[in-house]
Write a protein that binds this ligand. Structure first.
Ligand code: FES
Ligand code: FES
Length: 267
């Protein structure tokens, strides 16, 4: 019996290679059929398929068709120092407004359920005494009329820095190597920057490593960069950098190690 027919593949190309591979097996660098990850996820069939997987009002709202003008929520807010008028489906959360509609993707969506802290931003509503850290995935954008919102993109400017300058906590994160994959980092920095000025007594919540750990316990890091994150916050709060712990490590030559073993054997 003849073998089953292979699917038709272009000449010079192995028929078993998926469409994302070049003929030599390497990955294509151009999106297949000109479709990027973002446009694919936004397309109707893919959006419908994923709607069953995505949970939460924000996900449902961001995948739904445009809301009629009559039902749309309209807010005027100040985003990173810039006055904006936005109109959107009233179910849209702030994290979706920022990432999907305005294009500020520095604010990360980790869990979309208020459990990881990666979407932390600063919000000051009319009547508030100042900005506070809040979770953008649990904040309906429609509640922000008249509010001032600061995201990681606007954090340096919020303390008077401009151009390529960084917020002091961002500099400390670099100095302390306080990240690995970096996904949680914007949320960690927004949380830490707020922590430094919290507490009505003015002392902040960063007076000890224990205090920093407690007050940032809502910001998770899958990479486990916690010790360095705490160091970055503590250094920004004025703590002297610790001496390099590796400076105390004694590197033994083979002869020294043998002599140490002899010494220990005699004792
Ligand atoms: S995405 Fe908002 S807390 Fe996880
Ligand atoms: S640096 Fe990877 S999750 Fe925190």
């Amino acid at each position: 019996m003849p073998p089953p027919a292979r699917s038709s593949a272009p000449a010079g190309r192995h028929p078993d290679l998926p469409p994302c591979c070049e003929g030599d097996g390497s990955l294509k660098t151009e999106p297949v059929s000109g479709v990027s990850r973002r446009t694919f996820l936004g397309s109707a069939p893919a959006g419908a398929a994923l709607a069953g997987v995505a949970a939460g009002a924000g996900a449902a709202a961001s995948d739904s068709p445009e809301t009629s003008e009559k039902d749309a929520a309209a807010v005027e807010l100040t985003l990173n120092g810039e006055a904006r008028s936005e109109s959107f489906d009233p179910r849209v959360t702030l994290v979706d407004l920022l990432r999907e509609r305005i294009g500020l993707t520095g604010t990360k969506k980790g869990c979309d359920h208020g459990a990881c802290g990666s979407c932390t931003v600063h919000i000051e509503r009319p009547g508030d005494e100042g900005p506070s850290r809040q979770l953008a995935c649990l904040t309906f954008a429609a509640t922000l009329d008249g509010a001032k919102v600061t995201t990681i993109e606007g954090l340096p400017a919020s303390v008077g820095k401009g151009g390529e300058e960084l917020h002091p906590l961002q500099e400390a994160f670099l100095r302390c190597d306080a990240y690995q994959c970096g996904y949680c980092t914007p949320g960690q920095i927004m949380s830490g920057a707020a922590l430094l000025r919290e507490d009505s007594a003015g002392g902040g919540h960063a007076n000890s490593r224990e205090q920093v750990r407690e007050w940032m316990s809502g910001n998770l890091c899958r990479c486990g960069a916690y010790p360095n994150i705490v160091s970055a916050v503590r250094q920004t709060a004025g703590e002297e950098p610790e001496a390099d712990p590796s400076a105390d490590v004694k590197i033994l030559s083979a002869a020294d190690a043998a002599s140490d073993r002899d010494e220990q054997g005699r004792n």
